[in-house]
Design a protein around this ligand. Structure first.
Ligand SMILES: [Zn+2]
Length: 124
């Protein structure tokens, strides 16, 4: 019984740490954004009204961190689900990375891009 209680607490702590880590990055980065991050799109909105696009899909190992998220309007977001996205994944990664550099947020651009390349190599 004691053992169960300890394990539950430690799971909770781990989850909380994970949540705060992601949240911390999101608050700082999102607060500086006031338009769709797709350069050719002029849709203006605060981060609260923009979608979080996972550049590398979660199903393919993409993370919820700032290096893998592009904040965009619903219209642009929808194109990423089609064969003709408004910008390429490489462009999206660059935009996210440059935004994170400006905001002083570390991200794993290199890791994400390497995973992307490895995936392309495997499927091509
Ligand atoms: Zn847009």
């Amino acid at each position: 019984m004691k053992r169960t209680a300890l394990r539950r607490q430690s799971d909770k702590q781990r989850q909380r740490t994970r949540e705060l880590g992601e949240l911390g990055a999101h608050i700082i980065v999102y607060g500086q954004i006031n338009k769709c991050e797709v350069p050719q799109c002029q849709y203006r909105a605060t981060y609260l009204r923009l979608d979080s696009h996972h550049i590398l899909e979660r199903s393919r190992g993409g993370k919820d961190n700032a290096g893998n998220l592009l904040l965009c309007c619903r219209g642009c977001h929808d194109t990423f689900k089609t064969l003709s996205p408004v910008i390429s994944d490489e462009q999206a990664f660059k935009i996210a990375h440059e935004r994170n550099l400006k905001a002083g947020i570390p991200d794993d651009l290199t890791g994400a891009m390497l995973r992307e390349q490895r995936h392309s190599t495997l499927t091509n």
